[in-house]
Design a protein. Structure first.
Length: 137
């Protein structure tokens, strides 16, 4: 019997004698060997950071604008209500204080509002002349 490296096995098959050596099974990397062992936490942190960045650049400005609009509409409504109630109160106060009918408080407030409106109209910004218009000298 031949016991050397080319010796045939007991089955006598010629393929077994020229078979390649068995391949090594690749080892599964342990959790400790991948990126310091904490790769699930690092992946979760990366996702959280990406989501926070997107939220900070999109949702936060939109929320600030929406909040400003809501508070602006609310404040505007309150200011209009207060102005209307003040005018009503002044009309009633003048109606009680002046001896004539209600026409005199209306006349006084009408003159006051007209003069304030005229003053604001005079202080307005005049539109700039257009570039295509010819200037007269």
């Amino acid at each position: 019997m031949d016991t050397g490296p080319n010796a045939s096995s007991s089955s006598g098959s010629p393929q077994e004698s020229s078979a390649t050596p068995p391949r090594a099974i690749p080892s599964i990397p342990s959790v400790g060997s991948l990126a310091g062992g904490d790769w699930p936490a690092q992946a979760a942190d990366a996702i959280v950071n990406a989501v926070e960045t997107v939220r900070d650049r999109t949702t936060t400005p939109i929320m600030k604008i929406a909040r400003g609009l809501v508070f602006g509409v609310f404040a505007g409504t309150i200011i209009i209500v207060i102005a209307v109630l003040t005018v009503i109160g002044v009309v009633r106060l003048l109606d009680e204080a002046l001896p004539s009918g209600v026409w005199l408080p209306y006349l006084i407030l009408g003159a006051l509002f007209t003069s304030v409106g005229a003053l604001l109209f005079l202080r307005r910004n005049a539109p700039a002349p257009s570039a295509g218009a010819s200037s007269k000298r």
